[in-house]
Design a protein around this ligand. Structure first.
Ligand SMILES: [Zn+2]
Length: 356
């Protein structure tokens, strides 16, 4: 299998079927804890293996309908209705866009469980999904190469899959930080026999949390992932802009004028904002948002707003709102392109998170 490469370089991981099964079951466990049952009808945009020969048989047995992430939104909605799905699992960005479209049409689609995965679930994404699907999303934090790392229980806390891996939060020297303190997520898989992953850096920023949750799950807790290190964009001034910031650029404009968007950074002072306009598009609101970006990235920053028909997906079928086109060395010391550079980031990241 290959990782998606959204956190840096894509790598190929060797796995035997037994290891793959353990990984897949890690997803099922979180669904079971959240009230999922085998007889419920599930729709998934995440499990690409279901499209393969063996997966097709499994999808019939497990009442799971696979929707390729490249499926147009109209078609996704048609399938959900036709299949009368009760759960929905999929890439966070894709589920968010689907939720937005359902709300735009004024036709929410109530579900038992919504489990977004693969990207940081921003608060506004959570709210949109809650409104569209009538249920609080159960976020799954994981990585292709490790499976589920932590997942939300009914109380909304993230429990670590502590029987499958050791999760550490480390500082820039790679030393574990105290519980409650923010640092980089590092995982050691306990079921990766073919190609062990030991203290594997995920380029995510999070913290471990104290105390029992109070629910029936006994696994330890971690805080929400505050962002992927690569989603923090550097400015010409030398600081970092949190991805959260970019979700709020229209707050002072009285509503978002765009249906879909992504921001592409070419250089610290050059960005492109691609957008699909809302039906009642307000160019003034767009301009307010663009000025918010210019201000945050510093004087002289060029921000081109480009209207597009749709926001393209990444080659691996993910929808991402933040894209960096900068090459290693473009802004040396700022971009965490490899794990070593990333380890040195946490001071700046902590500053960026606090300044948010
Ligand atoms: Zn819990």
């Amino acid at each position: 299998m290959s990782t998606s490469g959204t956190s840096g370089r894509a790598i190929t991981i060797r796995r035997v079927p037994r290891e793959m099964r353990v990984t897949r079951r890690s997803y099922l466990r979180s669904l079971l804890y959240n009230g999922g049952r085998p007889w419920h009808r599930a729709a998934t945009m995440a499990s690409t293996w279901l499209a393969k020969k063996k997966g097709v048989i499994m999808s019939v047995i497990s009442k799971t309908r696979y929707i390729p992430p490249t499926t147009p939104i109209d078609e996704q909605i048609r399938i959900l209705n036709e299949y009368r799905a009760q759960y929905l699992i999929g890439q966070t960005g894709g589920l968010y866009l689907l939720a937005r479209e359902l709300l735009r049409r004024g036709k929410p689609f109530p579900l038992r469980i919504v489990a977004p995965t693969g990207a940081t679930l921003m608060p506004e994404m959570r709210q949109t999904m809650r409104d569209a699907f009538g249920v609080d999303p159960r976020d799954l934090y994981g990585a292709v190469e490790l499976g589920t790392i932590s997942w939300q229980c009914r109380r909304g806390n993230y429990h670590l899959d502590a029987d499958r891996m050791i999760v550490e939060i480390v500082d820039e020297q790679g030393n574990p930080v105290p519980t409650g303190q923010t640092g980089q997520v590092v995982c050691t898989g306990l079921f990766n026999y073919t190609m062990p992953l030991i203290r594997y850096k995920l380029l995510d920023v999070a913290s471990l949390l104290p105390a029992p949750c109070g629910c029936k799950v006994q696994f330890p807790l971690m805080g929400t992932v505050q962002g992927r290190i690569n989603d923090f964009l550097p400015t010409a001034r030398g600081d970092l802009v949190s991805p959260h910031y970019l979700y709020h650029i229209f707050d002072s404009a009285g509503g978002s004028p765009v249906k879909e968007w992504r921001i592409i950074q070419h250089a610290p002072n050059h960005l492109t904002y691609e957008y699909v306009p809302e039906d009642n598009f307000n160019p003034k609101a767009l301009e307010i948002g663009m000025n918010v970006i210019r201000e945050r990235f510093g004087p002289g920053t060029r921000v081109d707003a480009v209207r597009v028909e749709n926001v393209p997906m990444t080659p691996n079928g993910k929808r991402t709102c933040i894209v960096s086109m900068m090459k290693p060395g473009d802004h040396s010391g700022m971009r965490p392109w490899d794990a070593e550079a990333a380890a040195g980031m946490s001071q700046e990241l902590a500053a960026a998170l606090i300044s948010r």
